[in-house]
Design a protein. Structure first.
Length: 199
């Protein structure tokens, strides 16, 4: 049981730590102190559900259905381009450079819906979390312990990211930091979209 748990923990940590769209979103929300803890909790919950679905059968279904993978790939590319364009607009907008509580903060519902979109409309979440992590988990002696290990990695990572970035926020409250962050998010979104379209 513990071996399966440890395998899930290590595999999930290895994949989750790469800076991707979900991590960039959590980081941005944390720096803004804009509902960052609910965002982290939502990301953990989504990851746990997707890993469990992958381990207990969805990975096999997706691997055998190229149409579903194509829809996820192209739909995700369109979403990432749209989201990257928003970040690019923010980078060159004075409004985007405002910092602090009460300055244009979105509602919790709006932020959580954006987090859900960034998580579930990104095809990499299905390729990495469902297919790769899920198919490896299906081969474990105790698949449930593997899912718990992967969920633990997600929990540790997203809350460390959320709390760490929020703690650094006062030192990062310069307009140039926000501009650079939005430019990095836009570049990352466009890069992942291009990779999806041309791979």
């Amino acid at each position: 049981m513990w071996q399966s748990y440890l395998n899930g923990l290590l595999v999930a940590f290895g994949l989750i730590m790469a800076i991707g769209t979900q991590n960039a979103f959590v980081l941005a929300q944390s720096l803004r102190r804009e509902h960052h803890l609910p965002v982290a909790a939502l990301c953990v919950l989504c990851d746990a559900i997707l890993v469990a679905l992958g381990v207990f059968g969805l990975a096999t279904v997706l691997a055998q259905n190229p149409t579903l993978l194509a829809v996820a790939r192209w739909g995700g590319a369109v979403f990432l381009i749209w989201y990257g364009s928003k970040a690019l607009r923010r980078a060159f907008s004075k409004q985007s450079l405002e910092y602090g509580e009460g300055q244009g903060l979105r509602s919790r519902k709006a932020v959580l819906l954006s987090a859900l979109a960034v998580t579930l409309l990104n095809p990499h979440v299905y390729l990495d979390t469902v297919l790769l992590i899920g198919s490896l988990g299906a081969q474990q002696t105790v698949p449930g312990a593997y899912v718990a290990g992967a969920a633990s990695a997600s929990l540790m990572w997203f809350f460390t990211l959320a709390l760490g970035a929020a703690w650094l926020a006062p030192w990062l409250a310069r307009p140039s930091t926000w501009r650079l962050l939005d430019l990095m998010v836009a570049a990352m979104m466009f890069g992942v979209a291009a990779q999806l379209m041309f791979s």
